[in-house]
Design a binder for this molecule. Sequence first.
Ligand code: GRF
Length: 225
Amino acid sequence: MTNASHRSIVVLISGTGSNLKAIYHYLKQHQLSATISAVISNRPDAMGLTWAKENGIKTIALDHTLYDSRLEFDKDLIEEIDKQQPDLVVLAGYMRILSSEFVQHYHGKLLNVHPSLLPNYRGLNTHKRVLESGETYHGTSVHFVSEDLDGGPVIAQAKLVVERHDTEQTLMERIQKLEHKLFPLVISLFIGGRITQHHSNVLLDNKPLKTPLLFDELSIPSTLV
Ligand code: GRF
């Protein structure tokens, strides 16, 4: 990194990249001293890659189906990511399980967004499972990544009330609206040095965060004072 205060962010995606777009626009709008230095996808046909290219962001496709093992793939992925000298690696709809080697390599600078109120509903199909269980609340969580799937320390959450007419599709849309505000907010706190990971704890302004920051549909701020 040539300029110590300018942050390099690498974003990993597997699909649409709507969170990627939200992060990109947030950085621009708030004139933050950070750049998305590359978008990397394990799926060469990911729509988010096309969008990134069109917006002048460096893109890299690393097709996981061409690899024999997760570890070999993750080693090449690390090599590509490290070329960007990232201060932060963001998983924005990156749909692959990470090797321990990968997680350890980026300890303290690896963030994920997961569509549930963690620790509830780790894993896939969260909207379907939430509907089937008749939950009153659903939401999304931004967390540091640990070797435990969707189990790392949670930084912030946004929740909503599940309405009677909600379907998997409407829940996905409503949750993504929350993510598009929550994820950039957390990223801005991270690149501003306000959020750090200390073992399995989150520190906000150097103090342990006892419970994740919690917002609802109307209360997600664009910055945190
Ligand atoms: C998001 O809803 C996120 O919670 C999950 O995958 C989805 C990605 O969507 N991990 P997009 O590719 O950012 O549109």
